[in-house]
Write a protein that binds this ligand. Sequence first.
Ligand SMILES: Nc1nc2c([nH]c(=O)n2[C@H]2C[C@H](O)[C@@H](COP(=O)(O)OP(=O)(O)OP(=O)(O)O)O2)c(=O)[nH]1
Ligand SMILES: [Mg+2]
Length: 317
Amino acid sequence: MMQVAVAVIRNADGEVLLAQRAAHKFQGGLWEFPGGKLEPGEDVDAALKRECGEELGVEVLAWEPLITLTHHYPELSVVLHVALVTDYRGEPQGLEGQPLTWVGAEALGDVDFPAANRSIVAALQLPSRYVITPADASPQVVMAGLQATLAAGHGSLVQLRAPRLPKAQLLSLAKRLLPVCHAAGARLLVNTDPAAAMSVGADGVHLSELMLRRLVQARQARPVPKGRLLAASVHDVEGLALAQRLDCDFVVLSPVAATASHPQAKPLGWTVFADWVRQAGQPVYALGGMRLEDLAKAKAAGAQGIAGISGLWHDPH
Ligand SMILES: Nc1nc2c([nH]c(=O)n2[C@H]2C[C@H](O)[C@@H](COP(=O)(O)OP(=O)(O)OP(=O)(O)O)O2)c(=O)[nH]1
Ligand SMILES: [Mg+2]
């Protein structure tokens, strides 16, 4: 598997640096983030710094992991270790003759990228925390808790999950939560079937692993339009592959640690989690016993961030 270090470099206006691949190369003519293959004996840090020096004349001073993902092109499979460069010296130049351009984050969706980059763009547009509503709370408590969570700045991405609520009540709760989320600049996904989520104007749908499997088995195409979010819960490598088949925007992989809400489930631990995240094609959130303190560990494991109920949700009292 080809290991690649990829650099997301931003300027003072928050625009992202792109380079055009030479026409004769694999994926030629498409735009890419600067970077390249790890040479024998190199780690991601060394390759990232070398490639940014060789391709751009830029010295990388600091970076943090954005995501790690695997993509299978018909010709070859690549593991992209994507780094968010937080400090660098020098003005980027196309030292290999490649055209460079700066693109605003909102316009990244329209760029002609290699297919793997769709997940990098998704990662740049997703937050590092995904808040899930507590399963057994009444609609009133969910509403109050959501307001407290948004006020604490913890909820720019929220999943409404109420497995024991009748569907009509779930959807009417979703309708009431949506304007509250939007007023705070947050997006709300509803854990239900895609048609139901879209019928109330949700920002996306969150699929259970069972529903994900059914849709793939029925050879369904992506069940929500681009621009709406499609997410799924998965528990193993097979689930990650199903999510990639259905063209999900991101997944939640659990349980990473022991959790009170699912006491019977055996935790994966960070080593297995990191190994599986590397094989995923989409941004992955770590779920299961996650607290804010675990965010750095999740990032280091190649994840987008952490998902959680008790660790991220604010009770109204
Ligand atoms: N650098 C980079 N590579 C990407 C991106 N997306 C993507 O699928 N890739 C794939 C295409 C390539 O097969 C591989 C990176 O190879 P590369 O051609 O940049 O490697 P390199 O700089 O070492 O290349 P070379 O000219 O020395 O052969 O990863 C991206 O955004 N940036
Ligand atoms: Mg390169």
